[in-house]
Write a new protein. Sequence first.
Length: 122
Amino acid sequence: MLYFCIVLPVNYGPQGKRFEGRTPVYIYTLVTVLLEAATSLGLGAQWVSAVASPYVQTLIKILLHIPKELEIYHMMAVGYPDMVPPPKLVRARDELVHYDYYDKARLRTERQIAEFIATCRS
């Protein structure tokens, strides 16, 4: 198992100020690309959400020798999966795509939606 940490200097925003309570959008894009890249290589990848906790962040910094001037924004685990996930049940493209206008006749009823969910869960 391999862990990736995305770290930034604590004072990285405009005029050396941090973006309080916000993560720059490009980090979310980077995480998405890394997850997709891992999947395309046949690897399993999982975003680790606990790094936002100050306690967990301190433990990770100590474990990985990350300087206090850096802040961990995201972390993901990457490795070879123990199992192959089952194929996803996906609706046909012609059921999802509407051309020129929204076709209300193709709107599914509550019953059809419930049946689709039951099929996905079985």
